[in-house]
Design a protein around this ligand. Sequence first.
Ligand code: PHE
Length: 355
Amino acid sequence: MRPVPDHEQIELTRAELDRLVAGATGRLAGCASGEELEAATSEVLGRGSALSAMHRALAQVAPEERPALGEAINAARRAIEEVVERLRSELSVRQRAARLQADRLDLTEVLPSRLPGHLHVVTRVWEELEDVFLGMGYEIAEGNEVETDWYNFTALNIPPDHPARSMQDSFYLDHGGGESVLLRTHTSPVQVHLLERGELPVYAIVPGRVYRRDTADASHLPVFHQIEGLVVDRGVSFSDLAGTIDAFVRAIFGSGVASRLRPAYFPFTEPSAEFEITCTICGGAGCRTCRRTGWIELGGCGMVHPAVLEATGVDSETWTGFAFGFGIDRLALMRHGIEDLRTFVENDVRFLSQL
Ligand code: PHE
């Protein structure tokens, strides 16, 4: 037989019930964890509890007193249960806070060498380019990825029938009516924003994301990165442009890689050129990647068209300048001898951990 606990002899009175509720509340409130609370709960409410003993003692009470005392016992149980509920939720809030605190990562304490992984190769090339141009005294500007027709095309002297405007090439947004708002197709609209500030001279580069309606293949991605350069000052000449391109190409690729300019056409520069660098795959000897020419095209450039200066309120008699733009992804591709642009966005850890 189970030994009869002391409280089996407990007097069944309201005063005793009140004391019991107070005792149970104190016992429960002393619990520091969810587990302790559950253990204490079965102690004060379970079959072996004083409360249950009182319930059993009800059988010995005179029948006329039973309903009132029975109700008092139930009320005491409800009071204790409410305390349990309140403490349960308080403890779970506290335990969650403690867990979050313990899980918190203090990133200032993590040593870079112990960080898992590293910056993406495109990010690293992006940052290196920023360093090179900062070193040459350029500011780093930022633009908007969502542009209006004016900034992306019109102010850049791109006529309404230019193929870049077609639905096949640009992502238009259903905003602002017609084909007037789009995801920028190049970083050149930032030239317009920079000139509109009216603060001259300008020496700026603008790295950023651009969008075109291209199907991803080895040399195209619908979302990629460009870096724009803009210099507007008094007496800037084409040879300044050529020298600047040569300087950054050598800074990024080393002195073994040369650059050259070839005539080209862009509506917002005149004269315009494409700039090419020594093929990094064959070192200029001629291979499949460079189509046996020994040169790889990197981007476009030219002298800022007077129409662009005038569109932004800059006096084209006083100021001249050059601009250039090229793909950061493409540059990273060539520097690391990667064959397919898509590997940049596939997030295959075997590729990512190599570079
Ligand atoms: N925006 C042009 C492109 O995306 C590149 C360019 C920039 C050309 C600046 C000339 C001057 O192809």
